[in-house]
Design a protein around this ligand. Structure first.
Ligand code: SF4
Length: 230
């Protein structure tokens, strides 16, 4: 494997300048997952055969040793989750160490639990979760357990963010923006792409933007949602 750290293109470019994908699959089985399509893999194989990409840690080490990537934030991951639930995530830990040692930072996005690696992260790294509104979030009970982990990261001084993309339930997402805004440094809001939905995206986008402004949260509306708001 040569140069696994790459510059994302298209919609993915809205998430970061650089990215690396660590695993061959993801067990989280989100029905809207685009990764099997991108990787031209059978869905069932993608969700059931999860292992580190062959030679990934060594390849990242070699690429970073060239010194061409410096002072950048590298996104983990686009075509997998850096914390696949139920699997050994030591390769993620090793890659974070290599990225930090090379003078770069990480931007993590997960539906799993990255708590084990918080000792490696500092105020220049980002720890983020995806919240699609599929589960209820309220003041006292966070059914979405990775929200608790996000709060821990925030308390440790790591920068935190939430990706509200895709959005399955706009009411829950708007509610989550209100409830979670004090724990995050940035939110990104998108829509559900490639699948049918009866959500009025223009209306949702305008409400979400109004809320972010009133809560004084740093936010970014993804291009696909912004177009619906025009
Ligand atoms: S967490 Fe991400 S990579 Fe994993 S199944 Fe869901 S959308 Fe796909």
């Amino acid at each position: 494997m040569i140069n696994p750290i790459y510059k994302p293109k298209g919609k993915a470019a809205e998430y970061g300048d650089y990215a690396v994908n660590i695993y061959t699959g993801c067990p989280h089985r989100c029905y809207y997952c685009y990764a099997p399509l991108v990787l031209r893999k059978d869905k069932e194989i993608f969700h059931s055969c999860v292992e580190p990409r062959d030679g990934i840690v060594e390849a990242v080490k070699k690429q970073l040793a060239k010194g061409k990537i410096k002072g950048k934030t590298i996104h983990l991951c686009f075509t997998c989750d850096p914390y696949p639930t139920g699997f050994d995530t030591t390769p993620t830990r090793e890659i974070i160490k290599l990225i930090k040692e090379s003078g770069n930072n990480v931007q993590i996005l997960t539906k799993g639990d990255g708590n084990r690696d918080f000792d490696l992260l500092d105020e220049n790294d980002w720890y983020g979760i995806t919240y699609d509104g599929n589960e209820m979030v309220n003041d006292n009970y966070f059914s979405c357990c990775n929200i608790e982990t996000l709060k821990v990261a925030h308390m440790r001084g790591i920068k935190t963010w939430i990706s509200f993309e895709p959005v399955l339930d706009c009411k829950r997402v708007l509610y989550a923006i209100v409830n979670l805004s004090s724990y995050v440094d940035k939110i990104k809001i998108g829509k559900l792409n490639y699948f049918p939905s009866d959500i009025n995206w223009g209306d949702f986008g305008r409400k979400a933007e109004e809320l972010c402004k009133s809560l004084d949260v740093v936010y970014y509306i993804k291009d696909s949602l912004r177009k619906e708001m025009e």
